[in-house]
Design a protein around this ligand. Sequence first.
Ligand SMILES: Cc1ncc(COP(=O)(O)O)c(C=O)c1O
Length: 428
Amino acid sequence: MDAPLDRSFTPEALDALAGPTITEHGIGGAEALRLWADVLGPACLSVDHPRYLSFIPSAPTKAAAAFDMLVGASSVYPGSWLEGSGAVYAENQALRWLAELAGLPPAAGGCFVQGGTIGNLSALVAAREAALQWRGRRPERWAVAVTEETHSSVKHALRVVMDVDIVEVPGDERGRMTGAALRGVVADLPTEVRDGIFAVVATAGTTNVGVVDDIAGIGAVAREHRWWLHVDGAYGGAGLVAPSVRPLFDGIEAADSFIVDPHKWLFAPFDSCALIYRDPVLGRAAHTQQAGYLDPVTVDGEWNPSDFAIQLTRRARGLPFWFSLAVHGTAAYRAAVEQTLTVARAGAALIREADHVSLLVEPDLTVLIFERIGWSADDYARWSARLLDEQFAFVTPTRHHGQVCTRFAIVNPLTTEDDLALIIDSMK
Ligand SMILES: Cc1ncc(COP(=O)(O)O)c(C=O)c1O
């Protein structure tokens, strides 16, 4: 472990340690840096710590992290081809690699955005716009089919941002959406609700339990109804590079849009989400902003990342990922993702073998959700706080079907089977 986990502080503690930092004449570089290094930095958890296993961690390569500093310092504007052609060219190569892994056609493309939240929202807005164009009319209410395990960002985008209804399809015993369940739910819907559906979201690696939906089955139903198939691979999409799990993603080649966050399981720093459209023309139709002052960059045939998502000014969010991929090569990515899968499988075996814990869902990827038999919510909370307090690990409780439990999300190739064994032992 080359860095501590660190911890969060209360605002009062930070007031006492740091105090006011914004002053009329400035505190100077040396003092501001000292404050960061001694007080503020250590008050932020190290998400790339090998025993940070909560939420979805991040484990950037040194190359990606270093290049991120260069991106920040270089005043490159990569929103338009005119201003940032070199950066956009490089980002597009990284997008192409991802599109090819998914089996999307050569014309597929898109851009990098802040994170899965904006990626999902941008894709669904493009889906609705495309439906409006080909239908030529609005239904009474637009709707999208999802499952209980679909990420909160998708549901938030639909409900709060887009004002779209949600059709919830029950998951199978592991929480996966299947084509059969989707077909069954839709058949029972009132005609006006069915008529409003314009897209279905398949998740390739659910956040809480890490399973991959039946993308091929869902895609078949989507095609029958001419719905847009969006695949949210924010976390799990990285598994496309790993031969041992690639078959789980079969059907993704039919996706109309697909996202994967390099800041999750593809070793890039925050914040970076690759958003790829099968037909980028549809993304552009929904998202290109029009204004006289933008005419010089709104040029036919030029690839403007700003045209494909809810964003205008943007940071070259794909460049740290591109740089690391260019430096290390794709084989290193394959090996690193396989390494985390190997450790996750070993962790699952440890949980199966131990008497005091029990796996709640058989894993597809690198999320392990499990319970400590006999524990209450308070027990989990105390244990989790103790692990962090002792700077031993960061593992938080979660809920599965209303039951409090915990989970490991393993995206760091430096996490070992021993790390998992020690944490599992700490629950005895
Ligand atoms: C499956 C999935 N989709 C979307 C998101 C949201 O991504 P972000 O936090 O990058 O906005 C997450 C985040 O964990 C996720 O796991």
